[in-house]
Every structure is written in C-alpha cells, then in structure tokens.
Write a protein that binds this ligand. Structure first.
Ligand SMILES: [Zn+2]
Ligand SMILES: [Zn+2]
Length: 230
C-alpha cells in the first residue's frame, strides 16, 4: 500500500506495521513534518508569540491599553511558528486549493485545543468566515476545515459582510475601517463562551474585529485557536 506525503507528495518511506497503521496513519514524511516548528514556551500569555520571557508583549499592551479593544480577545493559542517551511506550506494550502493538506495538522491542532481549552468548558467554536467571493475563489474555508477537528459545537452566528484585503492597509486604516463581520442571530451567542478558529494570527486584528461583534452582541468571552503564530 502506497501512502504519499501530503506536503511533498513523495512516498512515505517508513515501514508501517499493522499496529502503527491502525493507531495513526501518517500524513506527512518525517522530513516535511520536522521542518515545521511547534511553538514552545515561553510565549506571550495573550497572543502566544514565541519570546524570551512570559510577559505580555508590546503588541498586546498596545491593544489592551486602547479602551475600544481592551479585553475583547481573552487569549490566543497557536500551534506552529511561521517559519519558511510553514510559509511555503500555507501558500500551497491557500492558493493551490489543496484542502487535504490540513489533515497534516489534525493531531497537533486537537492536542492544543485539549491542552489549553478543554477545561474551560467553552460553548461554541466559530471558524473565521471567508467572504463569499473568496470562498468561491478558493473552494474551501481553511478555518472551517480546522474547526471540524475540534470537539466543540459549531455555530454559524458570525458572517463576513464584504471582501477586504486587510494586508494592504496600515494598522490605523485596519483599526478604523468598519467591521467586516456581523452577527446573524445574537440570541444564539448571548452569555456564551466562544472559541474563534483561524489558520494564522498575524496582527490579531481580524480575530479582534470578529470578537468585538460577538461581545457587542452579548457573548460572555471570546478566545482563539490558530494554527500559526506569525
Ligand atoms: Zn514530505
Ligand atoms: Zn502578545
């Protein structure tokens, strides 16, 4: 039986016994998997940025010192660093429409959820929605694929109003732009503890905008789980 690495498409070289096959089917070769770096402590306690100590980082202090954004996002947890291998992989994942690639991360993503969020008894998991144009372009929402690995009830309470290329804007423009997210039915999220799920935490702006509309509509708390911390 031939199994190909989902990342480089080379044949997996390891000899598999029936036991290892039944326990967990490998999705990527050792070389590809080991080129990805899991985030180790110490990290910023709010955004999971890998750093020298476990103090709140300067970016988070900026967010938290702004009364408009203070405590909007309770905490972010990420799984992998944004190294060169991950950049390459993410580009494939997003732009080549290779939805199967996400399976490589299933076990680690679930393990992070269990380690950081299982005890918190959250109510819903909400993947950051794509705009309809983007969804049509790409064919799948990578955040939704990741959310499917988490044993948390899904919710469709959040929608994305219109397309916006966040990356082309300055920090000030991003912060003052009207919120691209809206809540479809606020009765579903009132007093609920919500976990937002996305592929990458970059500036934290997308997650905070989503979190802001959820909290403005009565959510008790909003945290996030992201595959990558850039
Ligand atoms: Zn490989
Ligand atoms: Zn931080």
């Amino acid at each position: 039986m031939t199994i190909l690495c989902l990342i480089c498409h080379e044949e997996l070289s390891q000899q598999m016994s029936w036991t290892s096959f039944l326990l967990s089917e490998p999705k990527a070769c050792d070389e590809c998997y080991q080129s990805l770096r899991k985030i180790n402590s110490p990290t910023c306690p709010l955004c999971f940025r890998p750093q020298e100590d476990d103090n709140v980082c300067q970016d988070c202090l900026t967010w938290e010192n702004d009364p408009h954004w203070k405590s909007i996002l309770q905490q972010n947890v990420s799984v992998f660093e944004y190294n060169d291998s991950m950049k390459e992989l993410l580009a494939t994942f997003k732009f080549r429409g290779d939805a199967a690639l996400v399976e490589v991360f299933q076990n680690e993503f679930l393990a992070s959820y269990k380690a950081h969020y299982l005890q918190k008894k959250l109510d819903f998991g909400i993947p950051i929605p794509l705009s309809l144009e983007r969804l049509y372009e790409r064919g799948f929402n990578q955040a939704k694929l990741l959310a499917d690995y988490i044993p948390l009830a899904p919710s469709d309470a959040l929608s994305r109003i219109h397309h916006e290329k966040q990356s082309k804007k300055s920090r000030h423009e991003r912060l003052t732009a009207s919120n691209v997210f809206s809540v479809t039915d606020s009765s579903k999220i009132r007093n609920k503890k919500i976990l937002l799920i996305d592929d990458i935490y970059t500036t934290g702006s997308t997650l905070r905008h989503a979190s802001k509309v959820l909290k403005d509509n009565g959510a008790a708390s909003v945290s996030s789980l992201t595959l990558i911390r850039s």
